[in-house]
Design a protein around this ligand. Sequence first.
Ligand SMILES: [Cu+2]
Length: 149
Amino acid sequence: MSLRLIATTVALIGASFTAQASECEVSIDASDQMKFSTDTLSVPASCKEVTLTLNHTGSMPAQSMGHNVVITDTASVQAVGIDGMSAGLDNNYVKPGDDRVYAFTRIIGGGESASVTFSTEKMQAGGDYSFICSFPGHWAIMKGKFEFK
Ligand SMILES: [Cu+2]
């Protein structure tokens, strides 16, 4: 068992004692294999704020195997992915001011973590949301459902 895994396990056990706020915190891992650890992230629609943490468990640098998490409407996945490509690494592969994007973490490389806390004000309970990695070429594979219900 790796130290990281032990730390995560301890954190999870700790979180179960603090009921409400922890329901609004989600985390996901991404690897050098261009994969997310889950295809569903879920928070209750009662969360006014959500904290999302991404851990890159690989070792490759951000320039070649960078990952982020971008939350958008499922219908906008392709458009956000394509626009993100042109936005470049300096913009974390997210078009600046993209109003189709509810939240995103910065692009990180292996061994790094990134968190974002965002307001769910613009989201509707039961809406059709997805998360993607907007690194060029990744969004077609690295995606899943973001449940807000
Ligand atoms: Cu990626």
